[in-house]
Design a protein around this ligand. Structure first.
Ligand SMILES: Nc1nc2c(c(=O)[nH]1)N[C@H]1C(S)=C(S)[C@@H](COP(=O)(O)OP(=O)(O)OC[C@H]3O[C@@H](n4cnc5c(=O)[nH]c(N)nc54)[C@H](O)[C@@H]3O)O[C@H]1N2
Ligand SMILES: Nc1nc2c(c(=O)[nH]1)N[C@H]1C(S)=C(S)[C@@H](COP(=O)(O)OP(=O)(O)OC[C@H]3O[C@@H](n4cnc5c(=O)[nH]c(N)nc54)[C@H](O)[C@@H]3O)O[C@H]1N2
Ligand code: SF4
Ligand SMILES: [Mo]
Length: 832
C-alpha cells in the first residue's frame, strides 16, 4: 500500500509533532515510497526557502506566498538538516506573522500612555538618548537577531560609541557552553555536526528534552530504529519527559548530580585501565582551577581553592597523577550519594565509555548550561569523551545543542557579548582591539578596553536607582523579551517602573511584558518580512530573502540601527566617523555611489544591505578559522557549515568535523587530530578536574520543593509568537505546575486544582498537572515559562555561573500551598 503525497506529508508532520519516529515519506522506509514533489504545486503560490524562525536545529522550510501573504509552509526536502521534516512549530511558523495585534507604529510613552509618533521622531529620540546616556547606554540583542543585525549592533556599539555594554539573551542560554568550549579547546563552538546522529550507537542526553525542544533532530535518531538500526538512548535528567519515553536507560538524578556522574565515569575508566592512553598522551593536557603543590586528596584540594580563590576561566595546569588522585574520590558509591543515581547505573554508563567499539554522542542544552557550575559540567562532559578517546570520529563525540536559531551565528560568531568582539576577538586584549580598529579604519584607541556588563548585571544596574549608583539608564532591546525571560524579574526588570530617569527602548513585533514598561516602542519587521542570515547549532550559516512586506510602518531591526547611526552622525557624534571622516555604515552601489540606506525608501533599493554587511563581517570569521561562506554562496544553498573553504576551481566546500584530518583543512597532514587553537598552544585539548558543587539554593523547611522551569513542544519561549497561533495555543493554552503524584496525594491536592507556589522572590497561583506530559520525581516541581499571564520568572533565582555569568533557572527552592489553606489575612510580603 502506498501513501499518496498528501497522506505522506501528514504522517511526516504528525510524527515530527509528536517527536516520534516516522517520516516514512522523506527518508526511505522498508517499502519504497514515491518521491515527494520538490515543492507543493498550488496555482498562484510562489515558493522560496528560509530557515525556520524557531529553534537552533535550523530546519529549512519552503515558504508559500500569495498576494503578499505567507499562505503555506512545507518542509524543505533539499535541506540536509531536516530532509523535508518539520515539527509542529515549524509547520505553523507562517502564522506568527499574523497575530491580530502586530505593532505597526512607533510609540512613545507620554503621561504613562504609549502614543503613536512618526519614525523620524522615534529615531531622533533614540539617537539623542544615546548621546545623553553615553556610558550609561546598554544594548540588549538576541540569538534570534540575524547576523547582519548583530554585526550592525556590534559595530555601532564598539566602533561608534566605544561602548561594550552590549550583550544578548544567549547569555541566558549558551554562555556556559561557550566558556566550556573556550576552556577546553581554546575556541568556541561545536566541532561535531548532526551527521553524528546518523552514525552513533549510543546517544547520551545530559539533561535536555529533545523530543520537545529539538524534535526534528530527535526523530532523526529515533527514526533509525524503524530501519532496524540499534541505537541506545541514555536519558540523564531531573525529571521523566517525553524523551524518557524513547530512552533505554533513564538516569534520574538530583539537581547538579551531573557533576558527580561525569566524574564517576572518569574514576571508573581510570580504575579499570580503560583510559585511551594513546589518545590522551597525544592530544590532551590536564587542568584544574588551581595547581596543588603535590598530589592531594579531594577535600584538601577544595580547601586550597577555597583559600586561594579561583584562578579564572583557564585555571592552572595539573599533571595526570594529580588528576587521577582528585577524581578517585568519585567512586560509584560516592557519586551515587551525590547524584541520587544508583551505583549500577553509573557503572553501566562508565562501561559504555570504556567500550572503544561503540560510537557515542553526548548531547546537552539547558540542563547543563543553566547551572551555577555550568562551565564545570561542560568541561567534564568534554573531558570524559577525551579521556576515553570517544572524540572526532563520525558518530563519536560531544555535541552541544544550541537553543535559538542564531545563538551560534549572531551571538557567538559575531561576538555580541559584553566581553567579545567579532571574529572571536576579546575586548580585554589590546592586540585584538588594535586589529579591529585597523579593520574598521578607526582612530587608534577608539575601542573601549573595559568589558561591558553581562545581561544580569546590565539589568541590575538599570533597575538600581541612579541615586544609588545605577550605572545604566538607557537600554535598547531588540528581538528578545527580558520582561518575561530574565530570572527574578521583579528585581531585574519590574523594579524599573516609577524611575523617570530610566529609559527603555524596545524593538518588537507584538505587545509583550517588555513593551509594558517601554518608554519607546519600535515596530519591527519579522522573519520573512526582511532579509536575514542565521547560524545554527552545527556551524551552518543559512540565508533567506524578504518575501512579504511587514505590516503598517513596521521596519527592519537592522534598518533601525543604521538609521540611528546616521542620526548620531547628523547630531555630530564623532564616533560615527572612521579615521578618514567617513560614516561607519557607508555602503556604495556598483557605481561607487553612496546609497542612503538610512532612508527607509532606499533600504531595499539598489543594494542588498544584508549582503554588504554579511560580506564585510565575513572577513572577521577568517581570524579563528570560522570562515563563513560568501553571501552569494549561501543564497544557493540550504546553509553551509563553516569553515567553508574555497577550492582550487573556485567552488566552496563546507566542513563537517572540526580539528579532524580529512575533514578540516586546517589540520596539518599526518596529525589525525589537531586542536589548533589550544589553550596551551600545543594543539592539545584540556581535560579538567571539576568537583561536585551543590546548587545555589537548596530545599529547606520553609521551601521543601525544588522548582525547575523550562519549555514545552508547542511554545516558543515567552509565547509571544506561538500563543498567537490558534492551533498551538489550543494545544497548550496555559501554564501549569507539574507535581509528583505521590507528593500531591499526601498534600491532598487533586489534578487540576489551583495551588499557590511560592519562592523567596515571589508567588503565583497555578493549576496542578499530575501524570501529565512529564513527571517530576518526589520533592520537585516544574513550570513552563511561556505564559505571560503566569510568568514564572517572578519566582526564579538569579544566581549565575562565576565564569559564564549564565543564570540557573532550573533550581529555586519553593513551597506549595493549597488555596484553601492560605491564610486570607497573611501579608503578601514574601519572606526569605
Ligand atoms: N518547543 C520549544 N523548543 C525549543 C525552545 C522553546 O522555547 N520551545 N527553545 C529553544 C531554546 S532557546 C533552548 S535553550 C532549548 C532548551 O532545550 P532543553 O534544554 O532541552 O529544555 P529545557 O526545558 O530548558 O530543560 C529541561 C531539562 O533540564 C534538565 N535539568 C534540570 N536540572 C538539571 C541539572 O542540574 N543538570 C542537568 N544536567 N540537567 C538538568 C531536566 O532534566 C530537563 O530535561 O530549546 C530550544 N527549543
Ligand atoms: N524560567 C526560565 N526562563 C528562561 C529560560 C528557562 O529555561 N526558564 N530559558 C532562557 C533561555 S535559554 C532563553 S534563550 C531565553 C529566551 O528569552 P527571550 O528571547 O526573551 O524570549 P522570546 O520569546 O524568544 O523573545 C523574543 C521576542 O522577540 C520578538 N520578535 C520576534 N521576531 C522579532 C523580530 O524580527 N524583531 C524584533 N524586534 N522582535 C521580534 C518576539 O515577539 C519576542 O517577544 O529565555 C531564558 N529564560
Ligand atoms: S525542530 Fe526547530 S527548527 Fe525544526 S521545525 Fe521545529 S522549531 Fe523549527
Ligand atoms: Mo535558549
Amino acid at each position: 500500500m502506498s501513501l499518496d503525497r498528501r497522506e505522506a506529508m501528514k504522517v511526516a508532520a504528525m510524527s515530527a509533532a509528536c517527536g516520534l519516529a516516522g517520516s516514512l515519506a522523506s527518508r526511505g522506509s522498508a517499502a519504497p515510497q514515491p518521491p515527494l514533489p520538490e515543492r507543493p504545486e498550488v496555482p498562484g503560490v510562489e515558493w522560496d526557502k528560509a530557515p525556520c524562525r524557531f529553534c537552533g536545529t535550523g530546519c529549512h522550510v519552503q515558504v508559500g506566498v500569495q498576494d503578499g501573504k505567507v499562505v503555506a509552509i512545507a518542509g524543505d526536502q533539499q535541506a540536509e538538516v531536516n530532509r523535508g521534516l518539520l515539527c509542529v512549530k515549524g509547520y505553523h511558523v507562517g502564522g506568527i506573522l499574523y497575530g491580530a495585534d502586530r505593532l505597526t507604529k512607533p510609540m512613545l510613552r507620554v503621561d504613562g500612555e504609549l502614543q503613536p509618533i512618526e519614525w523620524d521622531e522615534a529615531i531622533d529620540i533614540v539617537a539623542r538618548r544615546i548621546m545623553e546616556a553615553g556610558p550609561k547606554f546598554g544594548m540588549y540583542l538576541s540569538g534570534q537577531s540575524t547576523i547582519p543585525e548583530g554585526y550592525a549592533g556590534n559595530k555601532l556599539m564598539r566602533a561608534g560609541l566605544s561602548n561594550n555594554h552590549l550583550d544578548a539573551n544567549a547569555r541566558l542560554c549558551m554562555a556556559s557552553a561557550v566558556t566550556g568550549f573556550l576552556s577546553t579547546y581554546g575556541v568556541d563552538e561545536p566541532a561535531a555536526c548532526y551527521d553524528d546522529l546518523d552514525n552513533c550507537d549510543a546517544l547520551i542526553l545530559w539533561g535536555n528534552n529533545p523530543a520537545e525542544m529539538h524534535p526534528v533532530l530527535f526523530s532523526r535518531v529515533v527514526d533509525r530504529r524503524i530501519r532496524g538500526d540499534e541505537i541506545e538512548i541514555y536519558d540523564i535528567g531531573t525529571r521523566w519527559t517525553r524523551t524518557t519515553e524513547r530512552a533505554d536507560h533513564h538516569l534520574l538524578m538530583k539537581p547538579h548530580g551531573d557533576l558527580a556522574i561525569a566524574n564517576c565515569v572518569a574514576q571508573q575508566l581510570i580504575e579499570w585501565g580503560a583510559v585511551d592512553e594513546d589518545f590522551v598522551a597525544k592530544h590532551c593536557n590536564f587542568r584544574a582551577d588551581r595547581t596543588p603543590e603535590t598530589t592531594c586528596k579531594h577535600d584538601d584540594y577544595l580547601a586550597m581553592v577555597a583559600e586561594k580563590g579561583s584562578a579564572g576561566l583557564f585555571g592552572e595546569p595539573i599533571d595526570y597523577a594529580q588528576y587521577k588522585e582528585l577524581v578517585s574520590f568519585y567512586t560509584p558509591e560516592k557519586a551515587s550519594e551525590l547524584s541520587g543515581v544508583p551505583a549500577e547505573q553509573l557503572v553501566m554508563l562508565a562501561k559504555l565509555f570504556a567500550n572503544k567499539k561503540r560510537r557515542i554522542v553526548s548531547l546537552w542544552c539547558m540542563g547543563m548550561n543553566q547551572h551555577t557550575a555550568g562551565t564545570a559540567i561542560n568541561n567534564l562532559v568534554h573531558g570524559i569523551h577525551l579521556l576515553s578517546g570517544h572524540w572526532g570520529k563520525p558518530g563519536d563525540g560531544p555535541q552541544s545543542l544550541t537553543g535559538q536559531p542564531s545563538a551560534c551565528g549572531t551571538v557567538r560568531e559575531v561576538g555580541t557579548l559584553s566581553h567579545a568582539l567579532p571574529g572571536g576577538r576579546l575586548v580585554v586584549n589590546p592586540e585584538h582591539r588594535a586589529e579591529l580598529e585597523q579593520r574598521w579604519n578607526l582612530p587608534e584607541g577608539r575601542m573601549n578596553p573595559e568589558i561591558g556588563f553581562h545581561t544580569v548585571k546590565m539589568f541590575e544596574e538599570f533597575c538600581k536607582p541612579t541615586a544609588e549608583g545605577g550605572a545604566i539608564n538607557t537600554i535598547w532591546v531588540q528581538v528578545t523579551n527580558p520582561g518575561q525571560s530574565l530570572p527574578n524579574t521583579k528585581k531585574l526588570f519590574k523594579a524599573k517602573e516609577g524611575q523617570p530617569d530610566k529609559f527603555l527602548i524596545v524593538s518588537e513585533v507584538y505587545p509583550t511584558a517588555t513593551t509594558e514598561l517601554a518608554d519607546l516602542v519600535l515596530p519591527s519587521a519579522m522573519w520573512v518580512e526582511k532579509n536575514g542570515v542565521y547560524g545554527n547549532s552545527e556551524r551552518r550559516t543559512q540565508q533567506w530573502f524578504k518575501m512579504v512586506d511587514p505590516p503598517g510602518e513596521a521596519r527592519d531591526d537592522c534598518w533601525q540601527i543604521i538609521a540611528v547611526a546616521r542620526r548620531l552622525l547628523e547630531l555630530g557624534h564623532e564616533g560615527l566617523k572612521d579615521k578618514d571622516g567617513e560614516w561607519l555604515f557607508t555602503i556604495r552601489d556598483d557605481n561607487g555611489q553612496e546609497v542612503p540606506i538610512w532612508e527607509w525608501e532606499n533600504y531595499y533599493g539598489s543594494v542588498n544591505v544584508d549582503r554588504a554587511l554579511f560580506d564585510e563581517y565575513r572577513q572577521f570569521t577568517f581570524l579563528k578559522h570560522k570562515n563563513v561562506a560568501p553571501y552569494d554562496q549561501l543564497v544557493t544553498h540550504r546553509g553551509m557549515r563553516w569553515p567553508v573553504i574555497e577550492t582550487a576551481n573556485g567552488g566552496f566546500k563546507e566542513t563537517r568535523w572540526r580539528f579532524v584530518e580529512g575533514s578540516d583543512v586546517y589540520v596539518e597532514p599526518g596529525k589525525e587530530l589537531q586542536f589548533y587553537h589550544s589553550v596551551t598552544k600545543d594543539d592539545r585539548a584540556l581535560i579538567w578536574f571539576r568537583p561536585h558543587q551543590d546548587p545555589a539554593e537548596t530545599c529547606s523547611g520553609a521551601y521543601p520543593f525544588m522548582l525547575t522551569t523550562g519549555r514545552v513542544l508547542e511554545h516558543w519561549h515567552t509565547g509571544t509568537m506561538t500563543r498567537r497561533v490558534k492551533q498551538l495555543s489550543n494545544a497548550m493554552p496555559k501554564a501549569y505546575l507539574e507535581m509528583n503524584a505521590d507528593d500531591a496525594r499526601e498534600m491532598g491536592i487533586a489534578n487540576g486544582e489551583e495551588v499557590e507556589v511560592r519562592t523567596a522572590r515571589g508567588k503565583m497561583r497555578l493549576p496542578v498537572w499530575l501524570n501529565g506530559r512529564a513527571r517530576p520525581p518526589r520533592g520537585t516541581l516544574f513550570v513552563p515559562f511561556f505564559d505571560e499571564t503566569a510568568s514564572i520568572n517572578d519566582l526564579t533565582l538569579d544566581a549565575i555561573d562565576p565564569f559564564s555569568k549564565q543564570p540557573d533557572y532550573k533550581k529555586s527552592a519553593a513551597r506549595v500551598t493549597k488555596t484553601a489553606d492560605l491564610d486570607p489575612h497573611s501579608s503578601d510580603e514574601v519572606q526569605p
